[in-house]
Design a protein around this ligand. Structure first.
Ligand code: FAD
Length: 473
C-alpha cells in the first residue's frame, strides 16, 4: 500500500521532506499557503529586477543543504569560495587612524581601513590563525587573546542544557574578550549567523557556529553564495523535482486545521479562500514556522505547555537595504564592515538581471535588525548612503538610481539563551504527525542547513512512526 502524506509548508524544510518521502515511494502532496515554494528564501520581480527578499549565504559545512542543492541540480549555481576569504572594511578618516603602535589598519584621508581574513591550507584551527594574528582592527594584545576562547570552545558541548542558558558575550568576556574584540571580530560572524546581537546569542548555538567554522575541517567555513535568485534556486527547482517524483504541489493552499481521524490518518482543512478541497492523508509533516504550527497542532499531539512554550522562541528581523548606483563602487562580490551601521554588502548586479549598463546593484544585509524593522525607507536612505560612501570612496561621486528596502520581520526565531529548551524534536505523540522547520531541534541555528536537516529528520521519523502503526509503502 502506498501511504499518502500531506506536507504542510513549502519552505526548505517542507521541500526536503516532500522530496525524501516521494523518493521512498510515498504519495506526497505539498501544501503551501503562498503562491510559490521556497518559504523564507524567495525572490520577487520589481520592474524587471529580480530581488531576493534577503541575501542568503551558506558554508562549506552545510552538508545537508548542499546535498539538497545537488538533488535539485543546482550545485553549479551556488558557488563556493576556494578558501574562506572575507574582506572587512571600516570607515577611515574621522580619527580612524589608530593610535601609533597598536597595529590597526590606517585609514587616512577618508579612505576606508581594510583587512582580509583568508584562511590557509593548514588544518583547523591553524587555518585561521595567521589571518587572525594579522587582523588589523584589534591591538596586538587583543589579537593574542583570541586563541583562548577559540580553543576553549572545544570543551563547550552545545547539547548541554546548561550551555543553552548562557549568553555568548558573557562567555567571551570571561575569556578575556574586550568589548572591542567582541564587536570587531566575533560579531562579524555571530550576528549574521545567529541573527541576534552578538553578546545576546545563546552560547550553545554560537558554539555550533564556532566549533564548526573555526575548529572543524579547514574548509568548513568557506562561503557559498547563490548565483541564481533564490526563487529559481530552491522554489522552481523544488517544484520541478517534486513533479518528476510524482508529488503534487498545491500553492495558495493555506491549511486551517489538522484533524486526526478516529480510525487513523488525518483530515486536512483548508483556510477560507484557499485553492482546492479538504484532503485526507495517512500522515502529515507540519513544516511551518513555530507561530503558525502552534494553532495547527491537534489536541494531545504534544503537551499543551510545550506548544505554548514555542511563543518564547520569538522572532528576530533581517532588513535588506538595496541601492543601485550609476557606476561600479565595490570591486568585490561581498564585503563585511565594522565600526559602521553596514554589516555585510553583496554585489547583486548580475544575479538580479540588472539591465542598466555601467550600473551596480548592492544589497546591505542587516541582521538582528530590530532597530531598522520599522524605520521608514527615507530615514534608512539618510543613514546608509553616507555609510556606504565611507566604505566605498567611488560611491561618493556616484548617483543613486534606485533605493529600496525589504524587511523580513520574522526572519528567524530569537536565538537567545533558553531557546534550545523550547525547540521540539520531529516526533509527536500523534502517530503519523511529525514536525519540521529550521526552528525545531536540529542542533543547528535557524538556517537553510537547519531547515534541510529538519526535513530529512522528519521524513526518517515519519517512516519509523508509520511502520509501527502498520502503514507502509
Ligand atoms: C532575510 C533572511 C535572510 C536569511 N539569511 C540566511 C543565510 O544567509 N543563510 C542561511 O542559512 N539562512 C538564512 N536565513 C534563514 C533561512 O532562510 C531559514 O532558516 C529557512 O529558510 C527556514 O526554512 P523553513 O522551511 O524552516 O521555514 P520557512 O521558509 O518559513 O517555510 C515555511 C513555509 O510554510 C508556509 N506556511 C505557513 N503557514 C502555512 C499554512 N497554514 N498552510 C500552508 N503553508 C503554510 C509559509 O508560507 C512558508 O512558505 C535567512 C532568512 C531570512 C528571512
Amino acid at each position: 500500500m502506498t501511504f499518502k502524506v500531506a506536507v504542510i509548508g513549502g519552505g526548505l524544510a517542507g521541500i526536503t521532506a516532500a522530496i525524501a518521502l516521494a523518493e521512498s515511494g510515498a504519495d506526497v502532496t505539498l501544501l503551501e499557503a503562498r503562491p510559490r515554494l521556497g518559504g523564507a528564501t524567495c525572490s520577487f520581480n520589481r520592474d524587471g529586477l529580480t530581488v531576493d527578499t534577503g541575501q542568503h549565504i551558506f558554508l562549506g559545512c552545510c552538508t545537508a543543504y548542499r546535498g539538497l542543492l545537488a538533488k535539485l541540480g543546482m550545485t553549479e549555481h551556488a558557488t563556493m569560495q576556494d578558501r574562506f576569504d572575507v574582506t572587512v572594511l571600516a570607515p577611515g578618516g574621522r580619527g580612524g587612524v589608530a593610535p601609533p603602535g597598536d597595529g590597526r589598519a590606517p585609514g587616512a584621508n577618508g579612505q576606508p581601513r581594510k583587512a582580509r581574513l583568508r584562511r590557509t591550507a593548514l588544518p583547523g584551527p591553524l587555518h585561521m590563525l595567521p589571518a587572525l594574528g594579522r587582523y588589523p582592527f584589534l591591538s596586538f594584545a587583543e589579537r593574542m587573546s583570541v586563541s583562548r576562547p577559540a580553543l576553549g570552545m572545544r570543551f563547550v558541548n552545545p547539547a548541554d542544557p546548561a550551555v543553552d542558558t548562557q549568553r555568548f558575550g558573557d562567555w567571551l568576556a570571561r575569556r578575556g574578550q574586550s568589548e572591542r574584540t567582541r564587536r570587531a571580530l566575533w560579531d562579524l560572524f555571530s550576528v549574521s549567523a545567529l541573527n541576534i546581537d552578538g553578546d545576546d546569542a545563546s552560547l550553545a548555538l554560537a558554539a555550533v557556529v564556532v566549533k564548526t567554522g573555526l575548529l572543524g575541517k579547514n574548509n568548513a567555513a568557506d562561503i557559498g553564495v547563490p548565483a541564481l535568485p533564490l526563487g529559481e534556486l530552491h522554489g522552481d527547482a523544488g517544484a520541478n523535482l517534486l513533479a518528476k517524483l510524482g508529488a503534487r504541489v498545491a500553492l495558495s493552499t493555506k491549511v486551517a486545521a489538522i484533524e486526526p481521524n478516529q480510525g487513523g490518518g488525518f483530515r486536512i482543512e483548508l483556510a477560507q479562500g484557499a485553492q482546492g478541497d479538504p484532503m485526507t492523508a495517512d500522515a502529515v509533516v507540519l513544516a511551518v514556522p513555530h507561530e503558525k504550527a502552534a494553532p495547527l497542532i491537534p489536541a494531545g499531539a504534544l503537551p499543551e505547555q510545550t506548544v505554548a512554550g514555542w511563543a518564547g522562541l520569538g522572532a528576530s528581523p533581517i532588513v535588506n537595504v538595496h541601492v543601485i548606483y550609476d557606476r561600479p563602487v565595490m570591486d568585490l562580490p561581498f564585503v563585511a564592515a565594522i565600526d559602521s551601521p553596514v554589516q555585510w554588502v553583496f554585489d547583486r548586479t548580475r544575479i538580479s538581471g540588472l539591465d542598466r549598463p555601467g550600473h551596480q546593484y548592492l544589497a546591505i544585509s542587516l541582521s538582528a535588525a530590530d532597530q531598522y524593522a520599522d524605520t521608514p525607507a527615507a530615514q534608512l536612505r539618510e543613514q546608509f548612503l553616507p555609510a556606504l560612501a565611507e566604505l566605498f570612496p567611488a560611491a561618493r561621486d556616484a548617483n543613486v538610481a534606485e533605493f529600496f528596502v525589504t524587511r523580513e520581520r520574522r526572519a528567524t526565531f530569537r536565538q537567545a539563551p533558553g531557546s534550545g529548551a523550547l525547540r521540539p524534536k520531529a516526533a509527536t505523540a500523534q502517530p503519523g504527525l511529525v514536525l519540521a522547520g529550521a526552528w525545531t531541534d536540529t542542533g543547528w541555528p535557524d538556517t537553510m542547513e537547519g531547515a534541510v536537516r529538519s526535513g530529512l529528520a522528519a521524513a526518517v521519523e515519519l517512516k519509523a512512526s508509520l511502520s509501527t502503526i502498520g502503514v507502509s509503502k
